[in-house]
Every structure is written in structure tokens, then in C-alpha cells.
Design a protein around this ligand. Structure first.
Ligand code: ADE
Length: 233
């Protein structure tokens, strides 16, 4: 079986798939964390792997950047490969000053400037939410590893370079913790197909201070977040 964007055979993906934006990060996770990982997707170099972690089957697949890319991969995983849990692992820009670079943020909800979920619901607003089951597991895994996590609303933006001079003030006033580009799309797909989804982030840069993580710290923080995600298995 192949889909327009995935050339893996039927049954090639585990029930749980971790999705970093960058396919080379999927390769890194497979090589660093998984046992007996096999490459299952190569279409467009959007690498995917299936292996085990502590004896439990798990897959990783790059999502690409932005809602359209995340949505098509998440849809094909749910619709054609029977995937039940998708965990986005990515980076975000911190918004309030008490969300610091290197923090782990979990998107309990995802607000957005995208129309994709309105398109799904005949123009109505949809509260794009994480799976409570996965959220509970991720928070417990982070606490067990002494990793500080902040849980709340994130903002999924279609624009990485947003020219608005007021948007971030408004988002911060409404309690948004961080800005990223995929979660609201993933949560919409998960609702459409009745699967579980969660988005976990490391704060790679700060919207207010302009601070950004070095490549080395980015990698360390990324690995911490992967451990939280794998703790959901
Ligand atoms: N991902 C990481 N940092 C981001 C930012 N500042 N805005 C949107 N997406 C991001």
C-alpha cells in the first residue's frame, strides 16, 4: 500500500507515531532512541522509521513545516495506516517572559490564525485540543524525569514572520504560552479521525527577548522532549 506521500507497506507504522518537523530529526531519533529501527518512508526525503523503545513498538515520521504538511501526513497515518496516537515534537517561540528558552511546553489547546478547522466545521470555531490521555502521560513522564513543563494554550501560526505589531500582545493577554506552526492542524485531523494527538515543544527562541538556543543546546533540549514523548508509550 502506498499513499500520495508515504511509500510504506500496510502495517509499517506502529500505533504511536512521533512527528518532528525535520525528517533528519526523525532519523536521529531512530538512531539514538529506538532498537531495530527500519526505514519505512523515503518519499520526498520525509524519512519515517519503525522500531521499539523499551520493547514497545513506536514509529517516527517527519511532518514538514506548517499546517498543510502536518495535516496531510497525519491524515494518511490515521486513514491508511491505522495509527492511533500522534505526538508532535517540535520547537516553539516562547511568548510570556516566564516561559524561558529550553523550557518544555505542552499544547493543551492550540489557537490559530488558520482557517483549516473552520473549513472542517462549516465555518464554526473548533476548540483544537490535545488528547487528555496523552497529556496526562506526558506530564507524568516529564515529572518523573524532573523536566520542567508548562502546559497551556499555544498559537499555531501560518506566518513564521508575522508583520502584526499587536498580535503577540493580544495572545499574551489571553494566556498563550508559545507560538508554533502545526499543532492546531494536527488536533483538527485527530478529531476528524477519532485518534489521540499531543504537541510537545522545546522553546527554541523567545518572541520578546530575541534569545535563541545554540545548536548544541537545541539538540539537548530536543532529546529531553523526545524522552517525554517516549514516556507516553
Ligand atoms: N517555531 C520555533 N520558533 C517559532 C516562532 N518564533 N514562531 C513560529 N514557530 C516557531
Amino acid at each position: 500500500m502506498a499513499t500520495p506521500h508515504i511509500n510504506a507497506p500496510e502495517g509499517a507504522f506502529a500505533a504511536t507515531v512521533l512527528m518532528p518537523g525535520d525528517p533528519l530529526r526523525a532519523k536521529h531519533i531512530a538512531e539514538t532512541f529506538l532498537t531495530d529501527a527500519v526505514c519505512v518512508n523515503t518519499v520526498r526525503n520525509m524519512f519515517g522509521y519503525t522500531g521499539t523503545y523499551k520493547g514497545k513498538p513506536v514509529s517516527v515520521l517527519g511532518s514538514g513545516m506548517g499546517i498543510p504538511s502536518m495535516s496531510l501526513y497525519a491524515t494518511e497515518l490515521a486513514k491508511f495506516y491505522g495509527v492511533k496516537n500522534i505526538i508532535r515534537i517540535g520547537s516553539c517561540g516562547g511568548l510570556p517572559l516566564d516561559v524561558k528558552v529550553r523550557d518544555v511546553v505542552i499544547g493543551m489547546g492550540a489557537s490559530t490564525d488558520s482557517n483549516v478547522n473552520r473549513n472542517r466545521l462549516a465555518g464554526m470555531d473548533f476548540a483544537a485540543m490535545a488528547s487528555f490521555e496523552l497529556l496526562e502521560k506526558a506530564v507524568a513522564a516529564a515529572r518523573a524525569k524532573n523536566i520542567n513543563v508548562k502546559v497551556g494554550n499555544v498559537f499555531t501560526s501560518d506566518l513564521f514572520y508575522n508583520p502584526s505589531e499587536t498580535l503577540f500582545d493580544t495572545l499574551e493577554k489571553y494566556g498563550v504560552l508559545a507560538v508554533e506552526m502545526e499543532a492546531a492542524g494536527l488536533y483538527g485531523v485527530a478529531a476528524e479521525y477519532g485518534i489521540n494527538a499531543l504537541a510537545i515543544f522545546t522553546v527554541s527562541d523567545h518572541i520578546r527577548t530575541g534569545e535563541a538556543l545554540s545548536a548544541e543546546l537545541r539538540q539537548n533540549s530536543f532529546n529531553e522532549m523526545v524522552e517525554v514523548a517516549l514516556g507516553c508509550l
